[in-house]
Design a protein around this ligand. Sequence first.
Ligand code: ATP
Length: 241
Amino acid sequence: MLSIKNLEVVYDDAIVALRGVSLDVPAGKVVALLGANGAGKTTVLRAVGGLLDDHDAKVTKGEIELDGVSLVGARAASIVRRGVGQVLEGRRMFIELTVEESLLVGAFTRSGRDAVRRNLDRVYSLFPQLVDRRNVHTGYLSGGEQQMVAIGRALMSEPSLLVLDEPSLGLAPRYVERVRDVVAEINAEGTSVLLVEQNARMALSVADHGYVLEDGRVVLDKAAEDLRSDSEIREFYLGVG
Ligand code: ATP
């Protein structure tokens, strides 16, 4: 469903961050995008989400297609409307909003009250611990709870593809597990997922397929199972020899 071909992205007309990246997220699959700091992972997600403009970056070559239709040049809100839910770097909470208000912000593409209610119920059933916190301002939440709100907010638009930028970053281990399980649950309900992670162990435990980026290029493109047993990946990303 998502197909990226030979994508080149340049910041400030000077810094080439992606040097011809090609990757696919087939319908119904979880795809992990791994790589060291600065490899270009976040840039891929910004390009998919229509957020390059905000960072003075441009697609200078290549193509990004969702179900055969180009996303290059489309605005972020229209990309959400086309079915791409985004959980971005740093969670981007409006700390003056409550949990429930934050979730409702994510429902901007859904006008029907029943659909909004149904999606809200679904988010609360995925994250039961948010139910008691629904009237709490998000600024008072733990990092793990904020991440749940960020994921829940993206789900309010009923995305067919969910993109997540390092959802486990800075979270306590039990929250990392929870995020992993939620990705699996969302996927089991039919949503495709593009998961950017530094935590390769977590990402490869839930992914079908994985790509490793290095200096703006794809250097490995394999089934997640094969990456888990790849000796280089095991040493470099999983810390086991
Ligand atoms: P991280 O895990 O640190 O976020 P990453 O793999 O997501 O790393 P990117 O953030 O996509 O990598 O960065 C890729 C390259 O683009 C790096 O060389 C980085 O310095 C550059 N870059 C990223 N954002 C900007 C920006 N706003 N302006 C200029 N250069 C940028």
